[in-house]
Design a protein around this ligand. Structure first.
Ligand SMILES: [Zn+2]
Length: 404
């Protein structure tokens, strides 16, 4: 049974501060041509701008339109974007979700915080009465490039790239881990519950930092790991990645930057090589335009619970001839959410899960099929490739599932 949100709680998270690196990258990754890929808009992001110059607003909207073809949510994502003087230092921006929620309807995990837009996507409903979900404040003092076509300029910071980055923090690309007590101890969580992102952070030996059998919270041992320069994000869907995402955990702790960004520690991945550039790097270089989040960034968002339109298992194309059957997460470990389009929700629709030999593992109850989104537990089934088949008056449709 899905968890029905008894005891839903919310809190206000701390924003993440992001910095500039004045070196020029002269590197670009352009946005995909939406005409060619026929990628459809799968979410709606509404932005309220305060004091933005028109050129800055146009560039920010470019970033918004990129995320709208990647995220899948039936809840509008509302961003409060401000243009403010944050001083002449290296601060580019700060950002984060307006609120975090735990024990929402349909939450895949209990007692774990989800940022507002993700919580709404999972719950399938508005949780904050239409209030803003994400705050983004850009520094009006930054030497911005407003180019929307990826042209790079020496000494200038690409606003589209930074907007993509800041929105990602608001989407849940953020950790609660920090140093406390004069930086003598490491701590995670808010009201002692971890962020969903935190639950994937682990040592190279595979020890989860939020597993209290490994580390007391707070503790000096936790701090040691948080400044070990050796933390990784435990992705299980490694198909699209050549590497395990490394979490920024420098030996000198950097408040706001440590733990909430990706890092490139591989000897062959210095800043001289293109794969060192990610939209989620701890500091954004000048003359760097990345208008397409990498598979690594999308995989991390997918792992924390976002249905992501860009991963191969989850591509929704415009004018798709077949009804869009959404399954999430995929790969799945425990609980699978299935959303059938309205034309398939009928008394006569049969939904089954088959293993790779065609043996029926699971038959979904008839009345369940009528619900917009329903959940089934796959905990008891073997890992491997399974198939979800939907037999309906509109025809038979099959989706590949990876059970891990
Ligand atoms: Zn950042």
């Amino acid at each position: 049974m899905p968890f029905l949100g008894f005891g839903q709680e919310s809190a206000i998270p701390e924003p993440i501060v992001c910095h500039a690196d004045k070196h020029d990258a002269f590197f670009q990754v352009l946005a995909e041509d939406s005409e060619k890929t026929r990628r459809t808009v799968t979410s709606s992001i509404d932005v309220s701008y305060t004091d933005f110059p028109d050129v800055a607003e146009t560039a920010f909207e470019k970033a918004v339109s990129i995320w709208e073809t990647i995220l899948i949510s039936n809840q509008p994502i509302r961003i409060n974007a401000k243009w403010e003087n944050i001083g002449g230092g290296t601060t580019l921006a700060y950002s984060g979700a307006t609120r975090i929620y735990r024990n929402i309807d349909n939450a895949p995990y209990r007692d774990v915080w989800y940022v507002c837009p993700l919580a709404e996507a999972i719950a399938g409903k508005d949780l904050n009465n239409g209030d803003f979900d994400i705050n983004v404040t850009l520094n009006s003092n930054t030497n911005w490039s407003y180019s929307t076509d990826g042209t790079t300029f020496s000494g200038k910071f690409d606003l589209v790239t930074v907007a993509l980055h800041e929105i990602a923090h608001g989407l849940g690309f953020s950790s609660s881990m920090k140093l406390i007590n004069n930086e003598s101890e490491g701590q995670w969580g808010q009201s002692s519950f971890p962020y969903i992102f935190d639950t994937f952070v682990q040592t190279e030996e595979g020890e989860s930092l939020v597993d209290k059998t490994n580390y007391q919270n707070p503790s000096e041992d936790l701090k040691e790991e948080m400044v070990s320069n050796a933390l990784i994000f435990n992705v299980t869907n490694n198909k699209y990645l050549g590497r395990t995402p490394e979490i920024y955990s420098p030996e000198t702790y950097k408040e706001g930057a440590s733990l909430s960004h990706v890092d490139f520690r591989d000897a062959n991945a210095s800043t001289d090589t293109p794969n060192a550039y990610s939209i989620m790097s701890p500091s954004i270089l000048a003359a760097l335009a990345i208008h397409k989040p990498s598979g690594e960034v999308l995989t991390i968002l997918n792992e924390i619970g976002w249905p992501v339109n860009n991963l191969e298992t989850f591509v929704v194309l415009a004018e798709e001839p077949e009804p869009k059957i959404l399954v999430f997460p995929n790969p799945v470990q425990k609980k699978l959410a299935i959303a059938l389009p309205i034309e398939l929700r009928s008394e006569n629709t049969e939904v089954t899960i088959l293993d790779s030999r065609g043996k029926v593992l699971f038959e979904v109850q008839k009345d369940t099929v009528l619900e917009p989104t329903f959940y089934i537990s796959l905990t008891d089934y073997a890992s491997g490739i399974h198939f979800l088949t939907v037999n309906s008056e509109k025809g038979q449709f099959t989706k590949k599932l990876v059970k891990r």
